[in-house]
Design a binder for this molecule. Structure first.
Ligand SMILES: [Zn+2]
Length: 475
C-alpha cells in the first residue's frame, strides 16, 4: 500500500526537489487573502471585546483558585458563541496554592510598614510571623557566593535591578532571583527570603510570581517588596546598623487541582487533521485582573480566528486556539498539551502563542525546516507593512505555553511584542484593562491572522516531526 503513492509522487515531482527535500510554498492568491484579513483586523474589535469581557466578568484567575472554573466556563461559552466548529477541554492537574494575607515591616532601627506580596508556592510563616535580621545581596550571583554562616537564621534579601527594554530581556535577571533565590537561600540556612520585585516600575505595588524549591530543600517563606520599598530597605541598611524585619505570610500549598486547557477549532476544508495552533494562557496572578498577562493573548488569537471564520470557505488546514491552564506556576497547561499530542506532533504544522502583553509586535522569528524558510519570508512580507521586521537569524519557539510542544518537535513562529511597558505592570495589581491600547492590540491581531491563514494554506509543511527542534536554544 505504501509503494504506489511513492511511485506516483516520483513521476509527478521534479527530482531536484526530492534531493533537497520538498520546498514549502505559499500561493499568490493566498497572500492576497492574507493581506485583506490583515487590513480587516486593523478595524476589528473582537480581541478588545474578549479581553474586556474576561477581565470584567471573571477578573483575576489564579490557577486552581475560585475563578479557575469560572474562567473556563466563560471561555467555552465565548468560543461557542464566536462560531468555532469544535470546542473541547483537556484535563491538566497541578498542585494548588492559596494566598490569604501578607504583611511586612521594618522592626528596627526605623520601624515602618513595607509593601509586600507572597510568591507563588511560598509556604506561610508561623502565626505571629518571622522576625530576623536582613542580609542583603545585590544579585543572584552574590547570593550564590555567600558564606552559609552569614545567612543562618537570617532573612536573605536580593536587590537585583531590571531596566525596561523592548525585548524585555532583563526579566531574565529578576525572574532568576524570584524562581531560584528562595531555594538557594534556604540551602544556606536563611529562614525567609525577600527580593526587590522583578519589575521596571517605581510604583508601590509588588510583583508576585512563582518560586521553586529544589527537591530536598526546605521551603521558606518568600515574598517580593515593591521597588520603592526595596530601595527604602536598602537605605535603612546603608546606615550601617543591623536591620530587623518582620514577615508574616498566610499562604501555602493546598492539595491537587485538576483544571483544563480549553481548545477551539476551525475545521480545515482539505486537511482537517493538520492544524496551526495559537493562543494564550487563561490563568493569571491574583492581584490584578490578568489583562496584559494574558487575557489579551487569548483575545488576540481569538480575534484572528474569528476573521478567518468569516471567510466564505475554511482554509485547507484546521486552526486551533488554546486557552492554556496554569502557565504561571510552571507551564502545566503547555506541558500537558505536549504530552497529549506528542505522538502526532507532525499534525501541528506550526504554532505561535501571544504572552507578552498587548503592545505592538515589532519582530518575527521562526524555527522551521530549511525548506520552509522561503515560505516564512513570504509571511514576513505580509507583516512588513505592520512595522514588523523578520529576523531570520534567531529561533522562534512559539512562546511560553508552546515551548514544551516545540521541544517535542512542533515548528514554531514567534511574534515578539514590544515589552518596554510590560514589566512595569506584570504580575502586579496594575495588570488591568486600561493598560491595553486598542490600536496596538489590533496590530497584534493583524499579524496573527495573516500568519494563521498562510500557515493553514501553505503547500507543504514547516518541519514539525518528533525531536525536530531539540537543538533550539532559548530565545
Ligand atoms: Zn503570561
Amino acid at each position: 500500500m505504501r509503494l504506489l503513492p511513492l511511485v506516483l509522487a516520483l513521476c509527478l515531482t521534479a527530482p531536484v526537489a526530492f534531493a533537497a527535500g520538498k520546498t514549502t510554498r505559499i500561493a499568490d492568491a493566498d497572500v492576497a487573502v492574507a493581506e485583506q484579513l490583515r487590513d480587516r483586523a486593523l478595524k476589528d474589535d473582537t480581541a478588545w471585546d474578549f479581553t474586556e469581557g474576561l477581565t470584567t466578568e471573571v477578573g483575576p484567575r489564579l490557577a486552581g483558585g475560585p475563578n479557575d472554573l469560572k474562567g473556563r466556563e466563560w471561555v467555552i461559552a465565548k468560543f461557542k458563541a464566536l462560531g468555532f466548529d469544535k470546542v473541547w477541554s483537556e484535563p491538566v492537574t497541578y498542585p494548588a496554592w492559596v494566598r490569604r494575607s501578607e504583611h511586612a515591616e521594618i522592626v528596627a532601627p526605623f520601624p515602618q510598614p513595607l509593601s509586600v506580596l507572597a510568591l507563588g508556592h511560598s509556604p506561610g510563616t508561623p502565626a505571629g510571623g518571622i522576625t530576623a535580621e536582613i542580609v542583603a545581596f545585590p544579585s543572584f550571583d552574590a547570593l550564590k557566593a555567600a558564606d552559609p554562616a552569614s545567612l543562618r537564621g537570617k532573612i536573605a534579601y536580593v536587590g537585583a535591578r531590571m531596566v525596561a527594554r523592548q525585548d524585555g530581556k532583563d526579566y531574565g535577571i529578576g525572574s532568576t532571583v524570584r524562581v531560584a533565590g528562595p531555594s538557594l537561600a534556604s540551602q544556606k540556612g536563611a529562614v525567609a527570603f525577600l527580593l526587590r520585585s522583578a519589575g521596571t516600575d517605581h510604583e508601590r505595588l509588588p510583583h508576585t510570581g512563582i518560586t521553586h524549591f529544589e527537591d530536598g530543600v526546605t521551603p521558606i517563606p518568600a515574598a517580593a517588596l515593591s521597588v520603592p520599598d526595596a530601595e527604602q530597605l536598602e537605605r535603612a541598611l546603608s546606615r550601617g546598623k543591623p536591620v530587623t524585619v518582620k514577615l508574616a505570610l498566610d499562604c501555602g500549598m493546598d492539595g491537587e487541582y485538576t483544571g483544563a486547557n480549553v481548545i477551539a477549532e476551525l475545521r480545515g476544508s482539505k486537511k482537517p487533521d493538520e492544524y496551526f495552533v495559537m493562543g494564550g494562557h487563561l490563568d493569571s496572578w491574583d492581584p490584578g485582573t490578568g489583562a496584559i498577562d494574558d487575557a489579551a493573548g487569548i483575545g488576540i488569537t481569538v480575534g484572528a480566528a474569528k476573521l478567518i471564520a468569516e471567510l466564505p470557505q475554511r482554509p485547507a488546514r484546521s486552526i486551533r486556539v488554546v486557552a492554556f491552564a496554569n502557565e504561571e506556576s510552571g507551564l502545566y497547561g503547555g506541558k500537558a498539551y505536549a504530552a497529549a499530542h506528542a505522538k502526532d506532533i507532525a499534525k501541528a504544522v506550526l504554532g505561535s502563542e501571544s504572552d507578552a502583553g498587548a503592545d505592538r509586535i515589532y519582530k518575527m522569528t521562526a524555527s522551521v525546516k530549511p525548506e520552509a524558510r522561503d515560505a516564512i519570508a513570504r509571511i514576513a512580507a505580509v507583516l512588513k507593512p505592520l512595522g514588523i521586521d523578520y529576523d531570520a537569524n534567531q529561533p522562534g519557539q512559539g512562546g511560553s505555553d508552546l515551548s514544551a510542544v516545540h521541544a517535542v518537535g512542533m515548528a514554531g513562529l514567534s511574534l515578539h511584542q514590544d515589552a518596554t511597558r510590560y514589566f512595569a505592570w506584570h504580575h502586579t495589581a496594575n495588570d488591568t484593562l486600561d493598560k491595553i491600547d486598542p490600536e496596538q492590540l489590533r496590530q497584534n491581531v493583524a499579524a496573527y491572522v495573516a500568519v494563521a491563514y498562510l500557515a493553514a494554506q501553505a503547500d507543504g509543511d514547516f518541519g514539525s516531526k518528533p525531536g525536530a527542534f531539540a537543538k533550539d536554544k532559548d530565545e
